[in-house]
Ligand binder design. Structure first.
Ligand code: 13P
Length: 254
């Protein structure tokens, strides 16, 4: 395997974990992953746990991500969180356009592009999620859907900004279902994403782009998925909520 891109293994905890539970998990992760240098490990707790988790990981190699942010820099937007507020807790990454937010909050590609621009302006690395539904896959529309999401969600980014951004391919049918994309399916989608990026930006930018896979990543399938040449990391949901499974995913990815 010849990968010049360092893997990023990120845990998206979604709407889970009280502060006490979050601290319990990160203290365990610090112990388990103390010697891991080969991958960047990121945890994405809910907003309410960012402050405490941030303090707990200060002296570790674990980095902090948020699960969403506003496209606005501040003002009269009740219930929203601005990039500058995340920065207070040393947040470095922010998940944007997760399929759950596309579905339940009706987030559009245009909104995600605006959020990505706001994140990059604040020097946060956006992890921009794309992925097809089962219906779209079965209709043979996977590539068309991915291309539309890429062109829409990255519309605000120039080449330099793309270097800072991260993509996550998360087929909707694989999220929380226990049914992951096979290594071949993931590789084919990631290669297509990289080709599309080459057309939108240029070859070197596409080659350097980080493309994570998400959707039922587990210790048992992490190795095979991470071995694919165009898979540069993982965005893990359910299996990142538990110490043993998340640390095993990280270790199996090395
Ligand atoms: P699962 O790992 O639970 O399938 O979730 C994936 C995901 O949505 C990560 O953002």
């Amino acid at each position: 395997m010849n990968k010049d891109r360092k893997l990023i293994i990120a845990g998206n905890w979604k709407m889970n974990k009280t502060v006490a539970e979050a601290l319990d998990l990160v203290h365990g992760l610090k112990r388990e992953l103390a010697s891991v240098k080969e991958v960047d490990v990121v945890v994405c707790p809910p907003f309410t746990a960012l402050s405490e988790v941030s303090r707990a990981i200060l002296d570790s190699n674990i980095r902090l991500g948020a699960q969403n942010m506003s496209e606005h820099s501040g003002g009269a937007y009740t219930g929203e969180i601005a990039a500058v507020m995340l920065k207070e807790f040393s947040v470095r990454y922010v998940v944007l356009g997760h399929s759950e937010r596309r579905q339940y909050q009706k987030e559009s590609n245009a909104l995600i592009a605006a959020k990505a621009a706001a994140a990059l302006t604040a020097a946060l690395k956006p992890i921009i999620c794309i992925g097809e539904t089962l219906q779209e896959r079965e209709a043979g529309a996977t590539e068309k859907v991915l291309e539309g999401q890429l062109r829409g969600s990255l519309a605000s980014l120039n080449k330099d900004q793309m270097e800072e951004a991260i993509l996550a391919y998360e087929p909707v049918w694989a999220i929380g279902t226990g049914k992951n994309a096979t290594a071949d399916q993931a590789q084919a989608a990631h290669a297509f994403i990289r080709r599309t990026l080459a057309g939108m930006f240029d070859e070197p930018t596409a080659r350097r782009a980080r493309i994570q896979y998400g959707g039922s990543v587990k210790p048992a399938n992490a190795r095979e998925l991470m071995r694919q040449p165009d898979v540069d990391g993982a965005l893990v949901g359910g299996a990142s909520l538990e110490l043993r499974s998340f640390s095993d995913i990280v270790k199996n990815s090395i």
